[in-house]
Design a protein around this ligand. Structure first.
Ligand SMILES: NC(=O)c1ccc[n+]([C@@H]2O[C@H](COP(=O)([O-])OP(=O)(O)OC[C@H]3O[C@@H](n4cnc5c(N)ncnc54)[C@H](OP(=O)(O)O)[C@@H]3O)[C@@H](O)[C@H]2O)c1
Length: 254
């Protein structure tokens, strides 16, 4: 009988019973903020977790690879090191991102391009490289960290919003292109999260933002990590091309 249970059994027969206990996971920008919370969530579940960092001392407990995602050669070197030590990346979380806020009339082309080069083209670089191994393995999970701002827009953040909106089209195109290869591409769109990125805001800006959030507070990085972990789990095996808001209701309807 072609009921849901039978279809799931067919899925298991075709694709295997699911991911092995310890997968090779890469979290870009996993050295702090949301990325670190994501890296910890996977490590606590028993996965082998690699993180990228650019400078300073990376946190302990992970395979830390030095990598600036704006540099294709550094991305290549990082993957080589990860593949050597953990095997091909099975779960990629493209989290690294930057802001360079400015009103349009004062925004330089350099500031626009720099944000796009990290948030969008940087994500393209790491996803493209991860895909090589995923195609070979005939499975893979990719989660891109966008932002509520990519859907809502935000005055003074045209570069950032454009880069984060771009991730949605990017992920959905790849979901179509590579769905038949058993690789899923999903997007998480966090609202305002308590990290270095939002510490730069003034108290007045923070109060104004919180007043627009139905849940009336910022998110903790761990609340974003929980959704990312779900999207990489067996429970999310039939989810691809989705944009999941984790924003306290701020972006509702978009
Ligand atoms: N915080 C929020 O409210 C919020 C809301 C929505 C979406 N997000 C998104 O969530 C992600 C993480 O944000 P966060 O709040 O955790 O920010 P964060 O604390 O400022 O951390 C940013 C991370 O990105 C890394 N990074 C930046 N440029 C890089 C590059 N060129 N190459 C490699 N790594 C780079 C940083 O590495 P270094 O330590 O080397 O600088 C750092 O690990 C970002 O994509 C951000 O846009 C954040």
């Amino acid at each position: 009988m072609a009921d849901g249970t039978d279809r799931f059994s067919t899925y298991q027969t075709v694709h295997g019973k699911g991911d092995p206990l310890s997968r090779s996971v890469l979290v870009t920008g996993g050295n702090r903020g949301i990325g670190l919370a994501i890296a910890r969530a996977f490590a606590e579940a028993g996965d082998k977790v690699a993180i990228t960092y650019r400078s300073g001392e990376p946190p302990a407990g992970f395979l830390a690879v030095k990598c600036d995602i704006t540099d294709t050669e550094q991305v290549e070197q990082a993957y080589k090191e990860i593949e050597e030590k953990h095997g091909p990346v099975e779960v990629l979380v493209a989290n690294a991102g930057v802001t360079k806020d400015q009103l349009l009339m004062r925004m330089s082309e350099e500031d626009f391009s720099a944000v796009l080069d990290t948030n969008l083209t940087g994500t393209f670089r790491v996803v493209k490289r991860a895909n090589r191994g995923m195609l070979r393995a005939k499975k893979g999970r990719v989660v891109l960290i966008s932002s509520v701002v990519g859907l809502l827009g935000s005055a003074g953040q045209a570069n950032y919003a454009a880069s984060k909106a771009g991730l949605v089209g990017f992920a959905r195109s790849l979901a179509r292109e590579l769905g038949s290869r058993n690789i899923t591409f999903n997007v998480v769109a966090p609202g305002f999260v308590d990290t270095d990125m939002t510490k730069a805001l003034t108290e007045e800006q923070r109060t104004s933002i919180v007043s627009q959030v139905p849940l009336g507070r910022y998110a903790q990085p761990e609340e974003i990590a929980a959704t990312v972990k779900f999207l990489a789990s067996d429970d999310a095996s039939y989810i691809t091309g989705a944009v999941i808001p984790v924003d306290g209701g701020l972006g509702m309807g978009h």
